[in-house]
Write a protein that binds this ligand. Structure first.
Ligand code: F6P
Length: 318
């Protein structure tokens, strides 16, 4: 079989590990692999490069994606999809593995509807894809964010300040929730749960009244701007507040062992699906199992948010 791999949308730590796993598993089982540079944009331009065992050496521990990534407006149009299909046919490639977030899944579904055998792996730090417990890069990002919040906490304590840390996640509060719990935040603000500034300010003031030496507020970018929350806290409580927007530092760096291991297992699963004639599927991790589901099914579901964990966090911030 001839197999192409592309990474699309925002990059995430562990994408390289997934590319390596798919490539090596396929080659060991007698298939040919091509990397597509720059996502769907590169697919439309026919940017194929043959990959052998050594081409994916020395990338397991690296963040980003060595195939590079892009967001393509042109590919959203049927004419763009036809261009991509023509390039795949020209190169005699019948299988396409897409590593990316839900936008990339829509692209893979469109190609599948036009006859290309497609397979998706959940590559996004946001952990906002419904069927899978984890997306690729989420674990690394949460660990990074926790370590950065530890640093902020040190200086907040010295100055008896409240620090507001704004994290990524697009419309999802999963990074904020998990990093917030792991770093002992006083308040976690996410788009999934209603909140108001009065409650946030009360929580912070009461913390100081109980003898806390700092306040930590983790804000998901999809819920509010950290800067605005800091300004309001200062205005309403008279306490000093500072905002830190973590930005892209949370999307890079070496992937965690967890991200490396489950992506290695996903590489095996995707080739198994191909060999069994199963396509149009999204690979995931559910509990201990590496699973697959039809792409259209996973796109019709809403991503999970752990409300129970959110409640636990509230009790533990006392
Ligand atoms: O989807 C991943 C993500 O990092 C989001 O958390 C963030 O909102 C977005 O991508 C940033 O996108 P860009 O790389 O286009 O600035």
């Amino acid at each position: 079989m001839n197999i192409a791999i592309l990474t699309s949308g925002g990059d995430s730590q562990g994408m390289n590990s997934a590319i390596r796993a798919i490539t090596r598993t396929a080659i060991v089982r007698g298939h040919k692999v091509f990397g597509v540079k720059k996502g769907y944009q590169g697919l439309m331009e026919g940017l194929f490069t043959p990959l052998d065992l050594r081409d994916v050496g020395d990338i397991l521990h690296r963040g980003g994606t060595f195939l590079q990534s892009a967001r393509s407006q042109e590919f959203r149009e049927p004419s763009g999809q036809e261009k991509a299909i023509a390039k795949l046919k020209e190169a005699n490639i019948e299988h396409l593995v897409v590593i990316g977030g839900d936008g990339s899944y829509h692209g893979a579904l469109a190609l599948f509807g036009r006859g290309v055998k497609t397979y998706c792996l959940p590559g996004t730090i946001d952990n906002d894809i419904a069927y899978t417990d984890y997306t690729i890069g989420f674990d690394t990002t949460v660990n990074l964010v926790v370590s950065l919040i530890n640093n902020v906490r040190d200086t907040s304590t010295s100055h008896e300040r409240t620090s507001i840390i704004e994290v990524m996640g697009r419309g999802s509060g999963n990074i904020a929730l998990h990093a917030g719990v792991a770093s002992g935040a006083d308040v976690i603000i996410v788009p999934e749960v209603e909140w108001n500034l009065e409650d946030v300010c009360n929580e912070i003031s009461e913390g100081f009244n109980r003898g806390k030496k700092h306040g930590i507020v983790v804000v998901a970018e999809g819920a509010a701007s950290g800067e605005a929350v800091a300004e309001e806290i200062e205005k309403r409580t008279g306490l000093e507040a500072r905002s830190t927007k973590l930005g892209y530092v949370q999307r890079g760096g070496s992937p965690s062992s967890f991200d490396r291991i489950f992506t290695s297992r996903m590489g095996d699963k995707v080739i198994e699906c191909m060999e069994n004639g199963i396509s149009g599927v999204a690979i995931g991790i559910e509990g201990k199992e590496i699973t697959y589901h039809p792409i259209h099914e996973v796109l019709s579901k809403k991503a999970d948010f752990d409300f129970k964990l959110y409640e636990i966090a509230k009790n533990l911030s006392r």
